[in-house]
Write a protein that binds this ligand. Structure first.
Ligand code: ADE
Length: 229
């Protein structure tokens, strides 16, 4: 059994979910004047919804998560703001890829309301109904078993983070890794699903970890050595 449940999402699934989400918005009889993408995950879904609904005005706001002072839990913050006067009095649809905890989308919705939007509604391709504190007005997929979804725009970053976690957590007992050892560890932690990722992404993730100063190549180039803290 994998330690972390992972599902790779294809571009075709993204297109289908965005079309389904757009139909639900259309069927509700409500039409947004402005779409507000939540960076970064909401960019592609928002652009597809604009196309499906014929919306010309697309703005974005970036929400990031940082640990709040002296707490292990993360808090959501607005990092980059939208152009506020473009929202005044408008029907605004806030879009993200996934509603997991619900913190990002509820903060973005609140932000649009404070910026003077007339009415704000929310949408996501996926809603994890079993963990989210917030239910979007529109969604395509109701996820009931929590998973980490590897979206097609995030594969390198996700694989880098997966490898980083392996190297950090196994670091106490192992500090030299061969490429194939790392690949089989990935399979052990993240299941067969992760093996659908082309190996070139794994190589790129290792280059990223080298550039981050977390690992270095052994002198003969055959192994990755975990650097001391
Ligand atoms: N972002 C927040 N939660 C996520 C999840 N479960 N899968 C992919 N991206 C996410």
């Amino acid at each position: 059994m994998a330690k972390v449940a992972v599902k790779l999402v294809s571009w075709d699934e993204i297109a289908d979910w965005a079309r389904d989400l757009s139909s639900k918005i259309l069927e509700s009889g409500w039409r947004p004047d402005v779409v507000m993408a939540i960076a970064r995950g909401g960019y592609v879904p928002a652009r597809l919804v604009c196309d499906n609904l014929g919306v010309m005005d697309l703005v974005s706001v970036q929400v990031v998560h940082w640990p709040s002072t002296a707490q292990a839990i993360e808090r959501a913050f607005i990092k980059h703001e939208a152009k506020v006067d473009s929202l005044a009095g408008k029907r605004v649809l806030v879009i993200d890829d996934i509603v997991d905890t619900g913190d990002s989308i509820s903060l973005a919705k609140e932000y649009a309301e404070k910026a003077g939007a007339g009415e704000v509604r929310s949408a996501a391709l996926q809603w994890i109904s079993t963990v989210a504190k917030f239910k979007p007005d529109y969604y395509s997929i109701n996820v009931t078993d929590w998973k980490w979804f590897v979206y097609p725009w995030n594969v390198t970053e996700d694989v880098t983070n997966f490898m980083k976690r392996i190297i950090m957590e196994e670091g106490a007992s192992k500090n030299r890794w061969g490429f194939t050892e790392l690949v089989s560890k990935m399979r052990e932690w993240y299941g067969d699903e992760i093996m659908k990722v082309p190996l070139s992404y794994i190589s790129k993730a290792l280059i990223n970890l080298e550039q981050m100063g977390l690992i270095e190549r052994s002198s003969n180039g055959a192994e990755y050595v975990v650097k001391g803290k």
